[in-house]
Design a protein around this ligand. Sequence first.
Ligand SMILES: NC(=O)c1ccc[n+]([C@@H]2O[C@H](COP(=O)([O-])OP(=O)(O)OC[C@H]3O[C@@H](n4cnc5c(N)ncnc54)[C@H](O)[C@@H]3O)[C@@H](O)[C@H]2O)c1
Length: 279
Amino acid sequence: MGRLDGKVTIVTGGAGGIGLETGILFAKEGAKVVILADISKEALAKAKSKLLQLVPDAKVEEFVCDVSKETQVQALVESADAHGGVDVMFNNAGIMHARDDDAIGTPEEIWDLTQNINVKGVWFGSKHAVLSLRKHMKTKGSIINTASVVALVGSATPQLAYTASKGAVLAMTRELAIVHAREGFRFNNLCPAPLNTPLLQDWLGDDVAKRHRREIHFPMGRFGEAIEQAQAVLFLASDESSFVNGHDFVVDGGMTKAYVTPEGSAQAPPVNNASKDSL
Ligand SMILES: NC(=O)c1ccc[n+]([C@@H]2O[C@H](COP(=O)([O-])OP(=O)(O)OC[C@H]3O[C@@H](n4cnc5c(N)ncnc54)[C@H](O)[C@@H]3O)[C@@H](O)[C@H]2O)c1
């Protein structure tokens, strides 16, 4: 028995990072179908073949979708109708723009772009998941929305638009959780710490000082890995978390609980499934 046997799942931002690792775990745990959605067609094709390499009998579909466009999100969710409608919706797509800055330096267009993808995208995904669950007369469903630790703690390295967007996700998800609780539709937040995924690592580049500015705050001495977030999402997606609702699931190696961090060598990270060549 897989932990997601028979469940129809959608993952946005599914072409890489947390999304792809989650899609792989969903498939391994018996999801009836995994629909990977992303804005990048090329990355999606690669992600699908990686997933099938690791889980050859998986039912996986790719769907090109810009989550900031409601018609595209609606089409994405309705594509699950062919399988009986969505059971698990992981609204995970997000951006952190290179020109995001502090209150003075953030261009208005970057503010708007960030809110459109990171906040409206999560709203549209949540809305159409609810409409689909109702249409298919489902009595339970799990929606997981990706926020961030920056929604919980302040950072002296500013990305104001990004931080505001993740705070909005956190609050919106909490309200959705309460509004829909008696329909059986659970909403939870995932709050990742800084990770070893392209979103952050491309932005940090070779800037050692910028990197160190973050590493000093990590109790375990390292960035998180996408697979570590995916494991948390799997729990929230499964019926094992049936009484977990409106929760801010912080997966951060203790970062938001730390005052003075330890010294010494960093803990070794786990290996992401997508980094493995084969089973
Ligand atoms: N990496 C971190 O340090 C970190 C920390 C906290 C939260 N997060 C959040 O985790 C989520 C996943 O990020 P990741 O680290 O896996 O990064 P990632 O860049 O590897 O993945 C993000 C994916 O979203 C896709 N995407 C971007 N804009 C889109 C759009 N408009 N419509 C559909 N897809 C779009 C990208 O193509 C990419 O595949 C994001 O919401 C991010 O804000 C990341």
